[in-house]
Design a protein around this ligand. Structure first.
Ligand code: FAD
Length: 289
């Protein structure tokens, strides 16, 4: 199938892009890496009358450190982020997850912002961005607003970005902690059936002072496991504490099922993956074996 006819604009500045999107509202769609949008156009699942190509807007790309935050422009390619020494050093959880996103050719075009804005429930980056406590900067004709990652995702393939707005930047706090990202997928490079993003910070007495646990691929949006996190705080992250945390994941929020991976299968796999991810995060945080 071919896409329905559309007009095409390739602005060079962010203001120009926002102006075009604002004037055309629901009829316009931003084009980032095209790895999800182009198939959607070809299948006529999306029929915008105007595509606003962001690929020439240089100010939307780049990775930098500002105060205690790592800031990633929405148009930064997934491949560039995966290779970034700053991301590996300061936010290794993101680097671990990026290695599981698609394949080298899709990562060469696909962008960090495009993956988040697309909000595929099986995508790796939404769960990671929630686990990292990131903030997302959204810009429209009336100005800029900053959302916590948990406020950004609204449902399956749905975010808080309104017609006429763009996700422009992702801000990730830099914290000293051990982290791990694990997933089960049918093949390397496939979308996740279940993914787990975990991080642990230890105090000098080897007890957890902070813990984050987020599931992906199981519900319309990333699932934060707050009870599990609470069960870890104040404890050494040994096998017993990790098992208690895994038992506390909100299993009723493991809702999705597909032909290749039923809901029951995901409910069995999730706690196993959680235990492995928490053990790996504890090891990375320097927990005694
Ligand atoms: C073969 C293949 C395998 C893949 N495997 C995986 C995988 O395992 N895991 C995974 O997570 N993804 C996977 N993907 C998807 C890939 O990661 C895409 O890059 C991603 O979903 C979309 O990013 P993009 O930059 O290509 O965005 P586009 O396809 O250009 O856009 C996606 C959507 O987001 C909107 N959008 C884009 N940028 C912005 C912005 N800055 N502000 C507001 N809205 C915006 C667009 O209008 C569109 O609706 C795969 C894709 C392919 C083709």
């Amino acid at each position: 199938m071919k896409p329905a006819p559309f007009d095409y604009a390739a602005p060079r500045t962010l203001d120009e892009a926002i102006d075009l999107l604002g004037r055309h509202g629901e009829d316009a769609r931003p084009l980032a890496g095209g790895q999800s949008l182009m198939p959607m156009l070809a299948l006529r699942l999306s029929r915008p009358s105007l595509l606003v190509d962001l690929n020439r807007v240089e100010s939307l790309s780049g990775i930098r450190i500002d105060d205690d935050e790592l800031r990633i422009g929405a148009m930064t390619r997934q491949a560039e982020a995966l290779e970034s020494a700053e991301i590996r050093r300061h936010v290794p959880l993101l680097a671990q997850a990026l290695a599981e996103v698609g394949h080298p050719p899709t990562r060469a075009r696909g962008t960090i912002g495009g993956s988040l804005a697309h909000a595929d429930p099986a995508a790796e980056l939404p769960a990671v961005i929630v686990a990292l406590g990131a903030k997302l900067v959204i810009r429209g004709a009336t100005g800029e607003r900053v959302l916590r990652a948990e406020e950004f995702f609204r449902g399956m393939f749905e975010t808080d970005v309104k017609a006429g707005e763009l996700l422009v930047e992702i801000r990730i706090p830099i914290q000293a902690q051990g982290s791990a990202f694990l997933e089960i997928a049918l093949r390397k490079g496939d979308f996740a059936i279940v993914s787990v993003a975990a991080s642990i910070a230890l105090g000098p007495d080897q007890r957890c002072v902070a813990a984050t646990l987020v599931l992906g691929g199981v519900g319309p949006m990333p699932v934060r496991c707050a009870d599990s996190e609470r069960r870890l705080i104040g404890h050494t992250p040994d096998a017993a504490a990790i098992s208690a945390a895994a038992e506390a994941i909100p299993i009723d929020r493991v809702e999705l099922g597909s032909r290749s991976a039923s809901r029951g299968y995901r409910r069995r796999v999730a706690p196993v993956l959680v235990k492995r991810a928490l053990a790996a995060a504890a090891g990375a945080a320097g927990a005694a074996p």
